[in-house]
Design a protein around this ligand. Structure first.
Ligand code: PLP
Length: 398
């Protein structure tokens, strides 16, 4: 049988690098520090809330914009974080993970031919979301730390040139996957200024907002002067509460923007899992008072130090995380010519999976970095460390 031709919009969509590396990790029984999810369990107060919600028979369709209890919990958390009181009924919309929210936003705002500014490396869903809406990405390159810059950085003129192309949206991710960069107050100030000068709406993906280390601080772009009116802030329950399989996400924005997001959400999934929304409401409400966020950051700080120690022992230059749960190493000193090949070989020959950073760049010329995830048990990290002691036994140049 001759199959009908698929739509042109998916012509560039391959298998994600996460799927490829995780399958390889499984095939070689590798320690998987590639895909970004915890291999430890979520907290009992969160899991128990899910069981209770199912037992309470909250098992039918949720209202399209989301359960009122969850929208109230998000509004209360937003007020704690930003000092701004928002209307939980009008300014919050729930979807099936940040992934769905981002797609809904693109479908709601991007017309064919519209540009969307995004920093590259970019989380892998961003460009396909823009393409599905008929738009195109306008990449602005992030460069790794160097002698002049202590962290990942970009060229301000390149950012302004991207805005000068009159994009429809800016899509920003802070803390940033895959680099671990946390955009600073002055960078966000500048981005806010450009959004206002060029009349661009901002979409900020903040799924790692609770994972910020040392002196770094997460600042909500929406909290800067003049930005509430033009910012859609995206977040989800998965990373913060170590339950990435729940897929409960949300958007916080002024009512007018939210109604557009709901317009697409209603035809994509319509309603998101009711019991998991209720459990997410309990998680957010309890976490406001039970010390959970402090415990989370202290546990993640310990994991980060453990992985950094392991990676530093290899002698390869390490780029530490300011936020999120990713660090990267420069594999160029090993004589590696292709980081993707290196990551495949590291998985199959040494039994440690990572993700090649070039997979997140939209254009060639990416740095030779491999990303490692520390959302893992101490025993998992130790097992990877043990295997990495044999890194230099292999000829990586071949
Ligand atoms: C930057 C970023 N945004 C969004 C997501 C997806 O979030 P969710 O699981 O809530 O759809 C991820 C997951 O890895 C991510 O790293």
């Amino acid at each position: 049988m001759t199959h009908p031709a698929t739509a042109q919009r998916i012509a560039t969509f391959g298998t994600t690098i996460f799927t490829e590396m995780s399958a390889l990790a499984l095939a070689h029984n590798a320690v998987n520090l590639g895909q970004g999810f915890p291999d430890f369990v979520g907290p009992d107060f969160v899991k128990n809330a899910a069981v209770a919600a199912v037992q309470a028979d909250l098992n039918q369709y949720a209202p399209m914009p989301g359960l009122p209890s969850l929208r109230q919990a998000i509004a209360a958390t937003w007020a704690d974080r930003t000092g701004r009181e928002i209307d939980p009924l009008a300014d919050v919309s729930i979807s099936s993970g940040a992934t769905e929210v981002l797609c809904n936003i693109m479908l709601a705002f991007v017309n064919p031919g519209d540009g969307v500014v995004m920093f590259e490396p970019a989380y892998d869903a961003y460009q396909p979301d823009v393409i599905m809406a008929g738009g195109h990405a306008i990449p602005v390159r992030l460069y790794p730390p160097d002698a002049q810059h202590s962290g990942w950085h970009y060229d301000d003129a390149a950012l302004e040139a991207a805005f000068a192309q009159r994009p429809k949206l800016l899509l920003l991710n802070t803390p940033h996957n895959p680099t671990g960069k946390v955009f600073s107050a002055s960078e966000l100030q500048r981005i806010a200024e450009l959004c206002q000068t060029y009349n661009v709406l901002a979409v900020v993906d903040e799924v790692y907002d609770r994972l910020v280390y040392d002196q770094h601080q997460h600042i909500h772009l929406a909290s800067l002067p003049g930005m509430w009116e033009r910012t859609m802030t995206v977040n989800s329950i998965g990373k913060t509460f170590s339950v990435t399989g729940w897929k409960i996400g949300w958007c916080v924005a002024p009512a007018k923007l939210i109604s557009a997001v709901r317009a697409t959400h209603q035809w994509v999934t319509f309603a998101t899992s009711t019991p998991m929304q209720q459990a997410s409401a309990v998680a957010l409400n309890d976490a406001r008072h039970n010390g959970y966020y402090d415990q989370l950051i202290s546990e993640y700080s310990a994991r980060r130090i453990q992985l950094n120690t392991i990676l530093r022992a290899t002698g390869l230059p390490l780029i530490d995380a300011e936020g999120s749960y990713f660090v990267s190493v420069d594999v160029a000193p090993l004589g590696v010519s292709d980081v993707r090949v290196f990551c495949r070989r590291l998985t199959s020959e040494l039994g440690v999976a990572s993700i090649p950073i070039p997979a997140f760049y939209l254009a060639p010329g990416a740095p030779a970095l491999a990303r490692f995830c520390f959302a893992k048990k101490a025993t998992t990290l130790a097992a990877a460390g043990e295997r990495l002691t044999r890194l230099h036994d292999i000829d990586w140049t071949s």
